[in-house]
Design a protein around this ligand. Sequence first.
Ligand code: NAD
Ligand code: WQD
Length: 343
Amino acid sequence: MIKTVLVTGGAGYIGSHTTLALLLAGFNVVVLDNLCNASPESLRRVAQLSDREPVFEKGDIRDRALLDKLLAQHPVQAVLHFAGLKSVGESVAYPLRYYDNNVGGTVTLCQAMAAAGVFTLVFSSSATVYGDPATVPITEDQPAGHTTNPYGRSKFMVEQLLGDLAASDPRWRVALLRYFNPVGAHESGLIGEDPHGIPNNLLPYITQVAVGKLPELAVFGNDYQTIDGTGVRDYIHVVDLAQGHLAALKELLTRTGTHVWNLGTGQGYSVLQVVQAFKAASGQPIPYRTVPRRPGDIAACYADPAKAAAELGWSAKRDLFTMMSDSWRWQKMNPDGYRSGND
Ligand code: NAD
Ligand code: WQD
């Protein structure tokens, strides 16, 4: 039985939703986050929603002494590892930050875990490790590693180092969860995605256009071989994603070694389909203009989620309309993200 978990990056977008799900499921949660891309307000709201307090330590996964202290203070039996940097463009400009934080940070975390006798780890990987897939939907056995940027390479390197680690010592139990495109927010509108500056990702960009913070959406290319020429992705509700982590944690009780699961819905939607769905869910039209393709983008990427369904008993439940209405509720209630303070 796992009772207490360490959640690295637990104040961030996916980490805060997963921390909430863990608390609601009865786990004790210790969050370690350096707040480089998060606000402590997210955890205050998680406590409000769950009526339970996660332990929060502000600090860095690269700080070995801090990790040793945390693992000595709390009876942690498993780690959910979200902490990392995630901006593709920034990773091209500052690759060493990404290798230091994402790869170096994971090495330090694993060293501290092994020293403390904790060998169960759920890692936030990404569909980006598939690069430009030969076929869709993507199964876990499709070749990975042909990534197009330092961020993606850092994720693939971590997958490999965790594989080497698990092969070296049979006590390790590792889940590599390859997320597709997480969107949406908790239905309460109290927690959600809070990007700093101008968003890179489609959904936060759309919601900021809808709320009047940005004038129009730039659609990156309409000449892909897709249903309407715009890029197709597998958008997955962040609350479904959070549930996938609980399912993986449970499954790791029965397995050792490294295991890969896609976390997606299996359904691809184009940019224009998302814009239409957002309008239907929110009543807000989204002015847009087509511009050239964004370098590094691919035409279509969506999961075959059958392995997670069969082995984890998990599948995504929330449809595109729910993803859009929950994103919109979060944006409306928090026009300036956690800085709004109007809960
Ligand atoms: P996020 O930026 O909201 O969350 C990451 C959290 O980690 C932040 O709270 C940040 O403050 C913290 N952090 C970063 N470096 C740290 C360090 N060295 N020590 C301690 N804390 C640190 O991002 P997210 O969208 O919630 O993503 C979570 C994880 O999932 C990341 O590893 C990301 O690469 C991965 N992922 C995200 C997506 C996506 O589209 N959001 C897709 C696939 C994979
Ligand atoms: C989705 C679609 C764009 C913004 C990225 C990372 C990936 C993963 C998830 C972490 C594409 C189009 C977007 C805009 C647009 N993250 N778009 N106008 O590129 O699939 O994946 O986030 O692991 O690694 O690369 O997500 O939301 O940026 O784009 O037309 O202003 O929307 O071209 O087709 P992407 P995205």
